[in-house]
Design a protein. Structure first.
Length: 248
């Protein structure tokens, strides 16, 4: 259903991060499914840990899965809290954060299944061949931030940070009435190595999360009477108990 018409794995291996434009993806059928997937951001529960309620709100779903590359099968795991250390998240690190699970509609969507497959194919370029067919854990975060008219809001209130995944991909899924919100990638020493502002659906950053830091600059809604929003889906991979475990 979704294909990437360029090979970015070698760039990811060399630079640890690579940006891909939405126009580099090809949708091969399933347009109505793509539209339904896009509308799902409007039906998520609130992120009660976000704060900034006077300026806007964040909505979020999160689930862990197992991904079998050999059969291209995604299997849902039990509900679990999302936890980060205070070192990685100065804002809410050390807390057990519970979000709504990724919905059955999203889990069963051909769009999500295609994204997971595509992302792992990119990641394989930096993996030993012996790990290409092993079962991996896949973590999926679906996030929408709404911004009140005239308000400025922190997209990532934790600041410049690392989430601890061996590999992550952030897929942009639209914005309206939003200025700012530039995505940035840094070395561990906080030296800026890449930046850009997502404009079109499927603008994407693939990056080796554990080896880098990332941040999104503040966003501003320039309107006086309309809500603004920005939404993404982040897909990450890890292998618990191995060298590719999550660093919390």
């Amino acid at each position: 259903m979704l294909k990437l018409n360029k090979n970015v794995g070698h760039t990811l291996r060399a630079n640890k991060a690579v940006n891909v434009l939405g126009s580099d993806f090809v949708l091969t059928g399933g347009f109505s499914e793509f539209v339904r997937f896009t509308k799902s951001w409007e039906a998520m529960g609130p992120d009660n840990y976000y704060g900034q309620a006077d300026r806007g709100a964040r909505y979020r779903s999160y689930s862990d899965f197992e991904y079998d590359p050999a059969s291209e099968t995604l299997t849902r795991l039990e509900h679990r809290a999302y936890e980060q250390s205070p070192e990685h998240n100065r804002y809410v690190g050390g807390m057990e954060r519970h979000f709504d699970d990724v919905s059955a509609e999203i889990f069963n969507s051909a769009v999500l299944q295609a994204l997971v497959k595509l992302d792992f194919e990119v990641y394989k370029e930096v993996l030993p061949e012996a790990l290409h067919s092993k079962i991996w854990q896949c973590q999926i975060h679906q996030i929408r931030i709404e911004i009140n008219p005239g308000a400025e809001i922190e997209i990532t209130p934790e600041g410049i940070h690392c989430d601890g995944y061996p590999f992550s991909a952030v897929h942009f899924w639209g914005r309206e009435n939003v200025e700012g919100a530039m995505s940035q990638v840094f070395t561990k020493e906080e030296k800026l190595i890449d930046s850009g502002t997502y404009r079109n659906i499927l603008d994407t950053t693939f990056f080796l999360d554990r080896e880098l830091l990332h941040y999104v600059t503040t966003a501003f809604n320039p309107t006086k009477d309309q809500m603004g929003y920005r939404q993404i889906i982040a897909i990450s991979f890890s292998r618990p108990g191995t060298d590719y475990d999550i660093i919390k």
